[in-house]
Ligand binder design. Structure first.
Ligand SMILES: Cc1cc2nc3c(=O)[nH]c(=O)nc-3n(C[C@H](O)[C@H](O)[C@H](O)COP(=O)(O)OP(=O)(O)OC[C@H]3O[C@@H](n4cnc5c(N)ncnc54)[C@H](O)[C@@H]3O)c2cc1C
Length: 307
């Protein structure tokens, strides 16, 4: 075997991938993890408050770096590059990273999470349209800024709360008649005086030359309006990060991987953990739980297949 042969190839350095690596190493498995962002998407969380034992919250970035360090100290190898291709022949997976290096293992775990969707309108990535309020919110501090958050899920609530501390006014533009975020987020949003929720209002376009200057919206009675804004943060849903996978593996119509009770996909030896798989609750806690479980299931699978 080459020195690049491992027991598990893990794709994704978020809570699911990093926890799978940590538990895998502790179970005596040699693990390699592909990805370039320690903690995955947790850097977008201003304060992680819904994780047991973390009283008062922790910044998502700090949490993500700790996850990464913990797995690294346990001996996991992090490539710090993205996975480029994953192939399978003769019960082995072959991975190539974006530096052109190759790795092999009898099992692979996909933990690539999901990304916020952009609005399907012209110039959807124009300047002033941002996906991460923790990263880009501080740009608007002391600027008397008006910011629109498009969406009504928990992520929209988090963006609005983060931005309410730097902007003068934050509008939540919500297509449905009620906010779809959980009760805790709804209450926090309601308590924040500079957040206004506009229900029954659909964002239909960005207006501006180089940078967004206003948001076009249509109200439920068909009226079209333009809101002058300094920035827009869409939080209108998610897309699983899986387009790169060219195996015929069972997925939901949206692309989430379907797994059995051992977190194995429809392809033998290929597992999935965290937000990339179909499940009911997409959270850091459930991603970490998936990571721990998948390491155990991979270890059992290897014991069985190695006799
Ligand atoms: C604004 C915001 C606020 C949130 N707030 C909370 C909160 O308060 N509490 C909570 O519990 N959850 C929260 N979440 C959700 C939480 O962040 C996710 O549920 C969690 O990070 C999922 O972990 P994961 O490991 O499955 O995926 P991720 O954290 O998404 O990590 C997957 C990583 O894999 C990478 N990747 C993709 N393709 C490849 C490839 N080809 N090669 C290598 N790597 C790849 C991705 O870029 C990403 O870095 C929030 C999310 C957002 C966006």
């Amino acid at each position: 075997m080459t020195e690049n042969h491992y027991d598990i190839l893990i794709v994704g350095t978020g809570p699911a991938g990093a926890t799978a690596a940590f538990y895998g190493q502790r179970l005596g498995l040699k693990t390699v993890v592909f990805g370039d962002t320690p903690g995955g998407i947790t850097y977008m969380i201003e304060s992680l408050v819904d994780f047991p034992s973390i009283v008062g919250g922790i910044s998502g970035t700090e949490f993500g770096v700790k996850l990464f360090q913990q797995a690294q100290m346990e001996g996991a190898m992090f490539t710090m590059s993205l996975l480029d291709t994953l192939k399978e022949t003769d019960d082995q997976f072959f991975a190539t990273d974006t530096n052109g290096l190759t790795y092999t293992a009898p099992c692979a775990v996909i933990a690539t999470g999901r990304a916020p969707k952009r609005l399907q309108v012209a110039r959807s990535d124009m300047k002033g349209v941002n996906l991460c309020s923790v990263c880009d919110g501080p740009l608007f501090r002391d600027k008397d800024a008006t910011i629109a958050v498009v969406g009504s899920n928990n992520a929209a609530g988090q963006h609005a709360l983060t931005l309410s501390r730097v902007a003068t006014k934050v509008y939540i533009i919500c297509r449905s008649q009620t906010l779809l975020m959980d009760a805790a987020h709804r209450q926090l949003v309601a308590d924040q005086e500079n957040i206004d929720v506009l229900t029954g209002t659909e964002a239909t376009g960005y207006v501006g030359l180089d940078c967004v200057e206003s948001l076009a919206v249509t109200t439920s009675d068909g009226e079209t309006k333009h809101f002058a804004v300094d920035a827009v943060f869409p939080a209108i849903g998610w897309e699983p990060n899986i387009k790169w996978l060219d195996f015929p593996v069972k997925r939901t119509p949206e692309g989430y991987l379907i797994t059995d009770e051992t977190l194995m996909t429809s392809k033998t030896g290929l597992f999935a953990a965290g937000d990339i798989r179909e499940k009911k609750l997409y959270q850091v806690l459930t991603a970490c739980a998936d990571g721990a479980r998948v390491a155990k299931y991979v270890s059992e699978f290897l014991e069985k297949t190695n006799g």
